[in-house]
Design a protein around this ligand. Structure first.
Ligand code: ADP
Length: 165
């Protein structure tokens, strides 16, 4: 069996992430989506909410599991005996950071391999940051995220508006 890990913040999950997941399971037998919890980062959604949205969005695939994660990725990979991580590569802006991270992870563990997959053209500019910004301003994000995530975005900004008044 050839499994792989797909780590990310998924704040929230978008069709870009789902495009990568679909490509990854065409190559690997099982994909573990790891949702980074890191309580020191100011996320829009809690880790429980982010995990819930990912679970809901990947329900159609039985070879994908979703778990929260905090710590060093190479340690997590080693403890699961999995040596491959999947990363998505969008425009050239992702390259520098991903290159640095891949080589750093490899120097921490020489067995660790990063596999980069490119999304379809239509998602190659899409980021969770952009989705949050459009949703915050009341724009239509139906092209970027599944309906369940759309609903959660509406709820979170409605909650915020209420507390701001
Ligand atoms: P972001 O980088 O948007 O904050 P994540 O940390 O959740 O998102 O990203 C997890 C992985 O998914 C990263 O490798 C990132 O480059 C990739 N990714 C995010 N959005 C897309 C997209 N639209 N197309 C392809 N890969 C993506």
């Amino acid at each position: 069996m050839k499994p792989a890990l797909y780590p990310g913040t998924f704040d929230p999950i978008t069709y870009g992430h789902l495009d990568i997941i679909e490509r990854a399971i065409a190559i690997f037998d099982h994909l573990f989506v790891l949702v980074v919890s890191n309580p020191n980062k100011p996320f829009l959604f809690s880790v429980e909410e982010r995990v819930d949205m990912v679970i809901n969005s990947v329900a159609c695939w039985d070879r994908v599991s979703v778990e929260p994660f905090d710590g060093l990725l190479v340690d997590e990979a080693r403890s699961r005996n999995i040596h491959t991580i999947i990363r998505g590569l969008r425009a050239v802006t992702d390259f520098e950071y991903e290159f640095q991270m891949a080589l750093t992870n490899r120097s921490l563990d020489p067995h660790f391999e990063s596999v980069f997959l490119m999304p379809s053209n239509e998602y190659s500019y899409l980021s969770s940051t952009l989705v949050r910004e459009v949703a915050r301003l009341g724009g239509d994000v139906s092209k970027f995220v599944p309906p369940y995530v759309q609903k959660k975005l509406k709820e979170v900004y409605a909650r915020r508006d209420k507390t701001a008044h």
